[in-house]
Design a protein around this ligand. Sequence first.
Ligand SMILES: CC(C)(COP(=O)(O)OP(=O)(O)OC[C@H]1O[C@@H](n2cnc3c(N)ncnc32)[C@H](O[C@H]2O[C@H](COP(=O)(O)OP(=O)(O)OP(=O)(O)O)[C@@H](O)[C@H]2O)[C@@H]1O)[C@@H](O)C(=O)NCCC(=O)NCCS
Ligand SMILES: Nc1ncnc2[nH]cnc12
Length: 286
Amino acid sequence: MATQPQRSAERAEKLALRLAERASGALIDEARLTPKPGLVDGRGSGAHHDLTLALMERSARALQPTFYALALNSWRRPADIALRQQVGQLGREGEARMMAATQGVNTHRGAIWALGLLVSAAAMLDDESTAQAVCQTAAALARLPDDRAPRTFSKGLRATQRYHVPGAREEAQQAFPHIAQLALPQLRRSRAAGASEAQARLDALMAIMTSLSDTCVLSRAGLAGLEAMRQGARQVLSAGGCGTPEGEQALARLDADMLRLNASPGGAADLLAATLFLDGICLPTD
Ligand SMILES: CC(C)(COP(=O)(O)OP(=O)(O)OC[C@H]1O[C@@H](n2cnc3c(N)ncnc32)[C@H](O[C@H]2O[C@H](COP(=O)(O)OP(=O)(O)OP(=O)(O)O)[C@@H](O)[C@H]2O)[C@@H]1O)[C@@H](O)C(=O)NCCC(=O)NCCS
Ligand SMILES: Nc1ncnc2[nH]cnc12
């Protein structure tokens, strides 16, 4: 008969496997979702020259062991410095894994950050929780310092300082408002209004794009690119979403604008993947 510690280990491993499969699956679902403005999708490489759908999928699969390790090591632990450092280390190993799988192309750095924290938070809470609870727990972890992190200067950091806007760090530290307050409610509203699953997911992406300061867009296309992204996404939603003929036309215009400006909302795409992950693992609210 299995002893108590054996049963606990089995439970932790089972949960870690489920979370890791869901996290990698959410990355693949996001990458395949079509048509996404400026992004890699089933039609092609969007505004990118070095990314393809096959590469995004390879990267997503290569990250599954990272998500598994994050969940297993976070199981039922409190948000403290020791866990923050371990999660940081596992996240950096995940980035190295991604780079090895893609021969040095940055496919999912932002996604490793957002999904990594959310996978850890779901394992910390263990029981099925609401998306709000998982986002709050992830935020508690993100707000802790990681003294072992190398002091490097990134494109994201440069954009947040130049334009005085929040970036990926702040989104996590504020408990992912673009997921909890915009994307998840929009996903559920669009489904309830009869949109197809793909249309509802595209609407959720639009909801994120209406207000995110996506440092990927800022680095490539400046404030003009960011404003075009936000305005275009608002037009899609105010036309009734991607499921209406007017919404579909507005989405095509937004795609053309993003390509013309060389803008890619990679941060919004990461947050959509994180939304799909939470939608798949969390208790429904309201
Ligand atoms: C906190 C970190 C995310 C580092 O953040 P920072 O802002 O310093 O660094 P970046 O390297 O720029 O990464 C940020 C990425 O986050 C995504 N993102 C952008 N804006 C937001 C936002 N407002 N909210 C949430 N997420 C956002 C975005 O990722 C996507 O874009 C990537 C492609 O970017 P880039 O290489 O710039 O792309 P290109 O334009 O294609 O380059 P060129 O072709 O022009 O050369 C892609 O990866 C998408 O995922 C931003 O890029 C975090 O990484 C960190 O500190 N990690 C340390 C480890 C850790 O503690 N982990 C814990 C959890 S596991
Ligand atoms: N579909 C996508 N295209 C480009 N960059 C991304 N980053 C995350 N998902 C992406």
